[in-house]
Design a protein around this ligand. Structure first.
Ligand SMILES: NC(=O)c1ccc[n+]([C@@H]2O[C@H](COP(=O)([O-])OP(=O)(O)OC[C@H]3O[C@@H](n4cnc5c(N)ncnc54)[C@H](O)[C@@H]3O)[C@@H](O)[C@H]2O)c1
Length: 271
């Protein structure tokens, strides 16, 4: 059911690789809610992914940009405004990649070149996007930026290795930039801390399947799906959440507030 929550709004949505991607669901929902937007992803993802099908379905233009490259981001925001016919109202940052995770390198033995790459792609890219947008004055007052994060930024999840530190930085950038952008242009910046979700990035993590089941058994509402996450992002892009900024918002079925559940106690034979 659609509510026209984003009617007349213009957006930029990054990170849709295939139909499992959280960004893919956000694009579908934003379209249903009346928004027009540009899709973006790293040039290499264009070849691997199915983003053309999403563009066709949602009537969107694709503007490739490596989120670590300020020139390409400048083109994205400049050309994006031309294509959409005005300033941007919402941006989704849905970008994450750790070579250390991909190569199964333990946290205490991290490769620092890979670590720096992960920081650049997954955290600094948010700062770069925001800095470019601000310099170009590309975002409307009361515009809303959402970046996706994970609870390992607050508490240790060993399998998440360097991405835990990188997500902590991402959340901090959202807060810090949220201050400046809020004071100067009333632009809002938040992070959404999402449940484990079966996507390319998620399932690339060793032991993801077992952990997915564990989190599902802890959370009173169960794990939030990518579609649930998309619905939440839409509310944050809408005018109904105008005064929400600089927050890390848990979207996890109650997982982050639950110590233990009866379901887990039973699984361990303790009840
Ligand atoms: N899947 C989960 O369990 C989970 C949980 C919490 C948060 N998140 C976060 O959600 C976001 C989206 O991930 P997803 O799970 O939908 O997986 P996904 O693999 O579908 O999306 C990750 C995207 O990042 C893009 N990307 C990588 N390097 C890039 C670069 N240099 N420039 C531009 N784009 C680049 C990829 O092409 C891909 O589209 C990530 O920030 C991820 O950390 C995922």
């Amino acid at each position: 059911m659609a509510y026209n929550l984003l009617k007349g709004k213009r957006g930029i949505i990054s990170g849709a690789l295939d139909e499992n991607s959280i960004a893919w669901k956000v694009a579908e929902k934003a379209h249903e809610e009346g928004a027009t937007f540009v899709l973006t992803n790293a040039p290499i993802a264009m070849r691997m992914g199915q983003i053309n099908a999403l563009a066709e379905k949602t009537g969107s233009t694709i503007i490739p940009a490596d989120a670590t490259n300020v020139e390409e981001l400048t083109h994205l925001f400049t050309h994006g405004q031309e294509v959409l016919g005005g300033k941007i109202d919402f941006v989704l940052h849905s970008i994450g990649m750790s070579v250390n995770i991909r190569k199964n390198i333990p946290y205490t033995e991290l490769n620092y070149d890979y670590f720096l790459k992960g920081i650049d792609v997954s955290a600094l890219s948010l700062h770069k996007m925001l800095a470019v947008a601000k310099k170009l004055d590309a975002i409307n007052e009361w515009g809303s930026i959402v970046a996706l994060t994970y609870a390992a930024a607050q508490r240790t999840f060993p399998f998440y290795t360097d991405m835990a530190d990188i997500k902590a930085m991402l959340e901090s950038i959202a807060r810090s930039f949220g201050y400046y952008y809020g004071v100067e242009k009333k632009v809002r910046i938040n992070t959404v801390s999402q449940s484990p979700t079966k996507t390319t990035a998620g399932t690339g993590i060793k032991g993801f399947g077992d952990f997915f089941d564990y989190a599902n058994a802890i959370a009173p509402l169960g794990n939030a799906t990518a579609e649930d996450c998309a619905n939440y992002c839409i509310t944050l892009f809408s005018d109904l959440t105008r005064m929400v900024t600089m927050q890390n918002l848990f979207h996890d079925g109650g997982y982050s507030s639950t110590g233990v559940s009866n379901a887990i106690m039973q699984k361990m034979g303790l009840e």
